[in-house]
Design a protein around this ligand. Sequence first.
Ligand SMILES: NC(=O)c1ccc[n+]([C@@H]2O[C@H](COP(=O)([O-])OP(=O)(O)OC[C@H]3O[C@@H](n4cnc5c(N)ncnc54)[C@H](OP(=O)(O)O)[C@@H]3O)[C@@H](O)[C@H]2O)c1
Length: 338
Amino acid sequence: MNINLAMVGSTGAVGQEVLKILNERNVKINSLKLLASKRSAGKTIEFRGEKLVVEEATPDSFENIDVAIFSAGGSISKILGPEAVKRGTVVIDNSNAFRMETDVPLVIPEINPHAIHKHKGLISNPNCSTIQMLVALKPLYDYSKIKKIWVSTYQSVSGTGTKAIKELKELSQNALDGKELNPKVYPKAIAFNVLPHLDVFQPNGYTLEEMKMVNETKKIFEDEEIIVEPTAVRVPVINCHSEAVTIETEKEITPQKARALLDAANGVCVMDNIEELIYPTPLDVAGKDDVYVGRIRKGFIAQNALSMWVVGDNLRKGAALNAVQILEYMIDKECIKW
Ligand SMILES: NC(=O)c1ccc[n+]([C@@H]2O[C@H](COP(=O)([O-])OP(=O)(O)OC[C@H]3O[C@@H](n4cnc5c(N)ncnc54)[C@H](OP(=O)(O)O)[C@@H]3O)[C@@H](O)[C@H]2O)c1
């Protein structure tokens, strides 16, 4: 099955990673249309030895397109997503626009690929911090139901896109040079700082990023009872999110058992040997496909508690790779049409 693919947001941090991954995994596509804003129209990007010209994304861009990966922000998805679907295109959307809609599958291929078959033209990629947490927890959940999750995130600036990477570099240099720090992308300076504030605050005092982890976990695990207690924090790291995760399970999972379950799982790599100072960090994991887990230990907070440290490349498994895996699944199972 050869498909015509469009990439909306092809000049962005996630879009560029999608192109890299399509190439690395040799995904079989018939044609690729690169779309972005008017600002980028006419730029060229090399893909598989060919110079492709970026076009402005408009409703008509999706004529004769089988699948479009959207990575241009929620407002663009809300406008152009339905236009693409109207033209018979399946949309794999990286934004928050449709994730919690009941008839839109929210998919992590290692966890709930079955949901893809129910799509009606729209499929959502979950939030990056949710993806890496659930990829690490699914093998444990399959052994014993997880009742509660406590998570603190340490999220990199590439999660906010190319402008945020530039801001971290510029403000870091300004701070070293003793110059004034004038943040534009974030509400406070991110250089040499940490911000307990991702996305907008909600009436309940949590941020939207935190509530994405709460709600998306329930939808993906198909478990309305699971409790997630999140604190999401932005840190001055270019790429890869880290998470301190503690779970309470119904049945005890010893650290040794957890390591064995995670070792056997797809998409997870155990990097855990404190005697040798082996544990994952963002610099170890950048550019890798797997979600890395270390510091696995018995927790204090409940009878059956287990704590761990989870690191994933937010641009890859947190966004681009997950979208490409959904595409590969649809090609393999021939479930593009609905
Ligand atoms: N970064 C991550 O780790 C991550 C993880 C999960 C999900 N996401 C989601 O992915 C999306 C993109 O994130 P990003 O990090 O790649 O952002 P980014 O680096 O800022 O890139 C944004 C892209 O959207 C394009 N765009 C902007 N306005 C547009 C318009 N009016 N029409 C068409 N295209 C337009 C931009 O094109 P121009 O170059 O022409 O402006 C650019 O290609 C967001 O929804 C984000 O929440 C990101």
